[in-house]
Design a protein around this ligand. Sequence first.
Ligand SMILES: Cc1ncc(COP(=O)(O)O)c(C=O)c1O
Length: 444
Amino acid sequence: MKTNDQNRLKYALASDVMPGGVNTSLRRFEPHLVFARAEGATMTDVDGNQYIDYQAAFGPIVLGHNHETVNRRVQETMQNIDLLGIGTTESEIALARKICRHVPSAEKVLFTNSGSEATYQAIRLARAVTGRKEIIKFQGCYHGWHDAVAMNVITPADQLGSRQLLSAGSLPEVVEHTLVCTFNDLDDVERTVADNKGQVAAIILEPIPHNIGCVLPKPGFLEGLRELTRLKNIVLIFDEVITGFRHGLGGYQKICGVTPDLTTLGKAAANGYPISVICGKRELMDRFNTHADGDVFFAGTFNGHPVCCAAALATIEVLEQESTYWHMFGLGERMREGLSGIVSRLGLKATVAGFGSVFLTYFMDGPIESYTDLTRNDAGMFVSYRRKLLERGIFKLPMNLKRNHISLSHTAEMVDQTLQAAEDVLRELSRSAKKGAPAMEAAS
Ligand SMILES: Cc1ncc(COP(=O)(O)O)c(C=O)c1O
C-alpha cells in the first residue's frame, strides 16, 4: 500500500453517518478501505492503491468488474424501460426460460432481489406444502440473515452442538424449529429425521459449503439426502447462491447429478447486479400466489427488475461460451497447484482446497469433511497471511475461513504474481513462527 490517508479520512466520514461505516457487517475489517474504482480483476481504493481482487464481492463478480457485455446490455435496457411493477416484462420471460433450460431442478422460476429472500421463500414454501414446521440446516452453511437460518455458520468450538444465533433479536419461536446437523454425516441426518418423525418440512444446504471455504461433499452424501428426503416427503433445497453459475450454468446439481426439489440462486447470476432466483418443481412453485391457485404469499416491489434481468441475461450469455469456464477453471487449477507446491516446499501444515474457480489455503492438515474439522484451522495464521497479501496488492478478505474467487478477467500473469506474493509471505510467516516471534494475529 502506498498511502492510507484518504482511506482513513473517508472512513471517518462514513462512520459518522453509518453504523460502523459499512452496509454489511462482514465489510468491516482492518485496514478500513474506501473504494473508488473497479475494473476487470482489479479494484482501487481512494488512496490510489490497486488490488487484484479475489473477494469478488463475496462471489457475484464472475466475469470481472464492469464487464463490457453486461454494461452494454444494462445501458440498452435503461434506454427502453425501467421498473413498472405490473404484469410481466420480456426480459423476465427470457431469463426464466434460460434458467429452466440450464438448471436441472428448474421447471418454474421466480425472481427476487437477494439470496436471503430466495431462501426465506423456499423455506416458507416447503412448510406450506408439507404442513410441517421443522427444517434441517448444516453447521457451516449460510443461507442469509432471516431468523430461521441465521445461525451456526462459523461457530466457536465451545458452542458447537448448540444453536448459535448470528443476531440478537431473533425470535426463539422461529429459531427452535431449525435443527442443525453435521455436513457429510448422513447418519446424523437420518437420526435427526427419525427423532422428529413426520415433522421435518425441508433440508436446506449449500451442496458445497463455501461459507467455510470449500468443503466438498463426500461421495454418496448428496445422493443419500436425496433418497432420504424422497422417502420421507421432505423438500430438499439446494442453496446454490454461491455455487450456481460460478461452478456451471446448471449449478453444482448438474455436476453432481443430484436434483433437489427447490433451488435458490443469486450472487453470480448477474455479475454483481441484485437478483436472486427460486426455482424448482412445477407443483411446488405453483403454490406461490403469483399463480391464481397459489396460497404462499410472494411479493417484492423490485422483483424481476428489467435492469437486473438484462444483466443476468448478458452474464449467462457470456457463461454459455465454452471458453469461459475453461479459462476460470484452468486458472483455479493453476492457483491450487502453485499453492500446493509452495506449501510442500516450505513444509507448512496447510491444505489447499477449492473447486473450479474457487480456492483457499487452510492452515491445518486434512482430511476436511465438516466444520468440526475446521476448528483445527490456525485462524491467526489464516488472517495474518491474507493481511500481508493485502499489503502487497492481493485482495483476499482477511477473515477466517473465507474463500477466494477467480473471474473471467483474471489472467495467468495475475495468478503467477499472486503465487509469488504468497510464497514470500508464507516464507516470512513461517520464519517468524520458527523464531517464536508474534507474527500471527488473532482472527477477526
Ligand atoms: C449460500 C448462500 N445463501 C444465501 C445467502 C444470502 O444471500 P444475500 O446476501 O444476497 O441475501 C448467501 C450470502 O452470502 C450465501 O452465501
